[in-house]
Design a binder for this molecule. Structure first.
Ligand SMILES: C[S@@+](CC[C@H](N)C(=O)[O-])C[C@H]1O[C@@H](n2cnc3c(N)ncnc32)[C@H](O)[C@@H]1O
Length: 279
């Protein structure tokens, strides 16, 4: 893991995150089990709540609940933030639909292009999602397990939600992986896992700063790992192993011992749809 000093400034932190994912881009899809699960769940959640806006017109389900003046938006364009190798992209994109897949990491984007680049309507761009500003609002913005990497995830989510008629996203919440955190707390330390947004803070911020119809659900997703090393590898092998800013690594032998018979790790995932009538 990179030392805390190396990633002290926001810019170097962003660069380090991009590099970590970039190094693992080739094998990412093979190891991204949680991301595959949440991509499927998010796509199903979008579908169950009216689907993506049609090209140039809203579908019936959403028209009934919140009409958006499509004249104000980039007709039918879907922008994905942090597409990675395209696990969500391949579920949401339909042939001919204008869809811009973006990621901070050029290598991740290249893998996405290699897998899905033949699809009509799909285009690709390197983009830092926490700064994204669209001259013409996209019809929808979508994102799967990416916003937790922003310097300020709540502010970044609100910022994206304010720029589109439909923002569909998944994000891990504070309280995820309590089993791992407890092992470090017993040592008088905090683990290197990212600080995650709290459900209450995130929902309150969306309500206050991006007034809209919000539909959400929270899932507790448990995965079994045969050892502490296997749990750490689930982050390392996909490049999601940049530690939280300020993390100082220390001996973890007691953690390895504690989980020598395996570990059930629980992720708390929020799936959200922010639907705005006016932009
Ligand atoms: C855990 S992966 C999820 C990738 C993909 N959404 C999926 O479901 O497989 C996180 C992705 O977010 C990208 N990422 C991290 N920080 C980002 C940022 N500030 N803007 C855009 N993408 C970012 C990483 O490069 C990586 O591809």
């Amino acid at each position: 893991m990179t030392s805390a000093e190396d990633t002290a400034s926001p810019l170097s932190r962003t660069r380090a995150v991009a590099q970590s994912f970039g190094k693992r881009a080739r094998d990412y899809s093979r190891h991204a089990h949680l991301q595959q699960h949440t991509a499927r769940t998010l796509a199903a959640f979008v579908c169950a709540n009216g689907g993506l806006p049609d090209n140039g017109r809203m579908d019936q389900g959403r028209t009934d609940q919140g009409r958006t003046d499509q004249g104000q938006t980039d007709q039918g364009l879907v922008v994905e933030i942090g597409c990675g190798t395209g696990l969500l992209t391949e579920l949401l994109h339909t042939p001919g639909r204008p869809y811009l897949a973006t990621d901070l990491s050029p290598e991740m984007l290249e893998q996405c292009r290699a897998r899905l680049g033949q699809r009509q309507g799909l285009s690709f761009a390197v983009l830092d999602g926490q700064d994204a500003a669209f001259a013409t609002p996209p019809a929808a913005i979508v994102s799967n397990l990416t916003c937790q990497w922003f310097a300020d995830p709540v502010a970044g989510i609100v910022r994206l939600a304010r720029q589109t008629a439909l923002f569909a996203f998944s994000v891990p919440l504070h309280g995820s992986f309590p089993e791992w955190e407890a092992a470090f707390a017993d040592l008088g330390r905090t683990s290197g896992l990212l600080p995650l947004p709290s459900e209450r803070e995130l929902l309150a911020a969306l309500e206050a700063r991006a007034p809209a119809r919000l539909v959400h659900r929270v899932e507790e997703h448990r995965q079994h790992f045969p050892s502490a090393t296997a749990f750490a590898d689930s982050f390392r092998l996909i490049g999601a192993d940049q530690p939280r800013p300020g993390y100082a690594p220390g001996p973890i032998r007691p953690v390895l011992k504690r989980f020598s018979n395996g570990l059930d790790a629980t992720a708390r995932i929020l799936y959200g749809l922010v639907m705005r009538e006016t932009l």
